[in-house]
Each structure stands twice: as C-alpha cells, then as structure tokens.
Ligand binder design. Structure first.
Ligand SMILES: [Zn+2]
Length: 148
C-alpha cells in the first residue's frame, strides 16, 4: 500500500503517534492496575530502558510496547516507503528491547512486556501482572544476580 503522506510528513506523523501513544497507553495501564487493585508501582525509575512501571519489591519491570514501534506480530506492519530507513529504525528498536531485557534480567528483574493492543483485554493484563508479582525476583540460571 502506498503511503498517503510525504516523507517529512510521515516522520512528523509518526513522531506524534509515538509521544501521544506512550502517554495514552501508560494511562490505560494505570487504569487497569487501579481496577485490579495492584498497588506499589512506581514510574520513571532510572533503570535500563526506563521501564514504564516497576514493582520494586517483587522486582518486576513492566513495559507497554507500541505495536508499530516494537514490531508487534499482529500490527507491526512496516511502511512500504523508505523501506531501508524503517527497517533500520525498527530493527534497532527490537535489538534495544532485547538488550534492555537482558540487562534487567541480569540485575534480577522480571520483565513483563505488554503489547499496546493487549491493553484492550484488561483482565488478561491484570492476570499476567499478578502472576509476575507472585513469581517475584528471578533466581538461578543465567539471570542470577551476582553480588560482586
Ligand atoms: Zn499489536
């Protein structure tokens, strides 16, 4: 499908989508957390990848990933124009997500990534978070936290 926007207009549009999208999805997750009675979360903590939410005691880091920017298998369709540009950018985003997961796990954080589209299924999101919170910090294996 041909892009309806010019190159520069497309960049502008996508930049706006990103900033607005993040805020809207984070607010939606806050609503889900409150409705589910999940408390004790914090935001904007200085951790790798700047998780959208963290539960410090359970060491659970939560990200809400936009379907476009993070390459959701259902909705992460890449623009047909400026293919090289978008491939490079979106591949880099995916690589960064993997690296952030690795860094957090190495520090003992359990990483929960929620697709933007999954926020429509509030009960499922709440159940997944509850399970992660019950499971608590990662232990053993490659994700073991080292003391020195
Ligand atoms: Zn999606």
């Amino acid at each position: 499908m041909a892009d309806v926007f010019s190159r520069s207009k497309r960049s502008e549009v996508m930049a706006a989508v990103r900033s607005r999208g993040n805020q809207a999805t984070e607010l939606r997750l806050i609503t889900i957390l409150r409705a589910a009675g999940l408390t004790g979360w914090r935001r904007q903590q200085p951790l790798p990848g700047r998780p959208d939410f963290i539960f410090r005691h359970a060491r659970v880091a939560v990200f809400v990933d936009g379907c476009f920017w993070h390459g959701c298998p259902l909705h992460g369709r890449r623009p047909a124009t400026r293919k090289a540009f978008w491939d490079r950018k979106l591949d880099r985003n995916a690589a960064r997500d993997r690296e952030v997961n690795r860094l957090l796990r190495r520090r003992g954080w359990r990483v929960v990534r929620i697709w933007e589209h999954a926020l429509k299924a509030a009960p499922r999101v709440a159940a997944r978070l509850r399970a992660a919170l019950r499971a608590g910090p990662l232990r053993g294996g490659v994700y073991q936290v080292r003391t020195r």
